[in-house]
Design a protein around this ligand. Sequence first.
Ligand SMILES: [Fe+2]
Length: 296
Amino acid sequence: MKITLPIHNLEKHPVSHIDIPPGELGDISSSGTTAVISDIHGNLEALDAVLEDIDSLGVENLVSLGDQVGYGADPERVIQRLIIRNATCLMGNHELALLDDHCLGTFNPGAAQAVRMHRKLLSEESMNFIRTLPRSIVKHGARFVHGLPPGSILEYVSLTPDKKLMRIMAILKQTMSFTGHTHLMMWFELTEILNNPEDISQSRIGSKLSLNNLKRESFNAATSRPLTLRKTRRYLVNSGSVGQPRDGDWRAKYLIWNRDRGIILPRYVPYDNLTAAGKIKKRGLPGHFAEKLLYG
Ligand SMILES: [Fe+2]
């Protein structure tokens, strides 16, 4: 069976497609696959398109890295979808702001307006679900967190100095970590693995590793090439945003991690962004949240 992947195209709906030989992707429908989604931000149309894509590929596990709410028009229906799917969900900074006025106070006025509105739109069942969300989890041998491993909701991997990032990756028990929060699809690779890193102090790790050991790269939307994982290296992978893009590409983005094959496949999913943007405007939320859905 040939699987077609969409080519990024800002102007046309729907986008065109290119063919990828099936061997490129590995056996997506095998056991050991996990869909990693993040930053849905109340965008029901984007989430539904992504869930449909996940189902069409037979992916068995679903992890959502937080920021299920915020910015968008449909926080309640998004949370209910995830509850019904029995998805593993994490706490993002927008969930934290729902629960914590101090965190809300750090938001810009538009984002705070959306959080206040979402407090009114969310049912008691959904709010109770949100209250239980963990800051990070370890599952399938990998660490999952919204911001920065091991457990930060608020810090951005993209703004973390390389030296700090390298140290974090070096001492984590897990060789794989997934994060969201940046709304960017990128990955970091640590090319050197230390023996017994837990026995080495933070300051000495700096002397054992050079900044040349840390590679940083973005997934390529034009080729949709998978990342091939090497067993002798460590990875920190940023999954991009399902529902509020910040990379110039309007499509919903997520990752499929095939543990058996050791690959991570980026997915770029067209969806009805006009409807989603129209709903944001109808709610009276800031117009630039809607414009982001149209232009990325
Ligand atoms: Fe976010």
